[in-house]
Design a protein around this ligand. Structure first.
Ligand code: MEV
Length: 289
């Protein structure tokens, strides 16, 4: 029996713009998905197309048990974390000898198949490797870890990443003269943020600007706006939508002393708050009996 876990992720900067080749920054966060795989003659496992594809791809069969600290469809990369942890646990239980890079590639292929063509290579890369990752075109590179203090606010409004990405694509097709400069500006904010990575006040301002630009792309939601305003009013350096928007989650960058206050303000607006910081480990072995 092998148990592996893999973390969720947030986009710190650049979501949507990365789809058009602009830079972005994503970070693995502490909440994880834990997956146990056991060789078995009569396999039992949750009904999940991601898990079925993992076994198909690896060419073996076994039982699976999942425990998740990540809400699905919230934009925190839970399906990528499930896929990565399942592949790692199968790899370990059946002694298949795949390297970490193979696991990240396989996980992306599986996500793409299950999500019918649209998947984020960022989610599977970040979940496998952990840390802060700079996305630049097709390249992904780990940056030095930073102890950013974050509060994630889940609006509890389910959203579809595919739909939101399509919506931005439609808007761009209709109004390229407006949307292209917005995407360029998001790229510029990401670069400015990279230069201010050690200055949380400045980083917070970059988050606020990034959020305004995401709103201009039409991926805001009244509930996320409420959570963002509440987080700022209760002491966050800055706050923004994270991921595809249209619901899902927001993040607030906070001074350590304000984290509980910001979390309380988010909960007072009926959001679910997660106080968290960077995960530097990525996929991790928990147990092998
Ligand atoms: C979704 O978490 C982030 C998007 O930029 C899509 C992607 O990067 O694949 C909206």
């Amino acid at each position: 029996m092998a148990t592996w876990s893999a973390p969720g992720k947030v986009f710190l900067f650049g979501e949507h713009a990365v789809v058009y080749g602009k830079p972005g920054v994503a970070m693995a966060i502490k909440p994880r998905v834990f997956v146990t795989v056991r060789k078995s003659r009569n396999p039992t496992r949750p009904r999940s197309p991601y898990i079925n594809e993992c076994f198909k791809r690896m060419g073996v069969w076994g039982s699976v048990y999942i425990r998740s600290q990540l809400q699905s469809s919230s934009g925190l990369g839970s399906s990528a974390a499930v896929t990565v942890a399942t592949l790692c646990a199968i790899n370990d239980e059946f002694g298949l000898g795949h390297a970490r890079e193979d696991i990240a590639d396989m996980a992306f292929t599986i996500e793409k198949k299950v999500q019918r063509g649209r998947a984020s290579p960022t989610d599977t890369y970040v979940s496998t490797n952990g840390g802060i990752v700079l996305i630049s075109g097709d390249a992904r590179r780990r940056l030095p870890p930073q102890g950013l203090q974050l509060v994630v606010g889940n609006t509890m409004v389910p959203h579809s990443t595919t739909k939101m990405v399509e919506m931005v694509g439609d808007l761009r097709a209709k109004r390229p003269e407006i949307v292209d400069p917005i995407l360029d500006a998001i790229g510029a904010v990401t670069f400015a943020a990279l230069h201010s990575i050690h200055n949380p006040k400045e980083l917070g301002r970059c988050m606020d600007m990034n959020n305004a630009l995401l709103e201009a792309l039409g991926v805001g939601h009244p509930t996320s706006s409420r959570l963002i305003l509440a987080a700022r009013a209760s002491g966050a350096y800055g706050a923004k939508i994270t991921g595809a928007g249209g619901g899902g989650c927001i993040i607030a960058l906070c001074p350590k002393r304000a984290k509980n206050r910001v979390a309380g303000a988010i909960e007072a607006c009926n959001g679910r708050a997660i106080i968290t910081t960077i995960d530097t480990v990525g996929a991790r072995k928990e147990k092998h009996d």
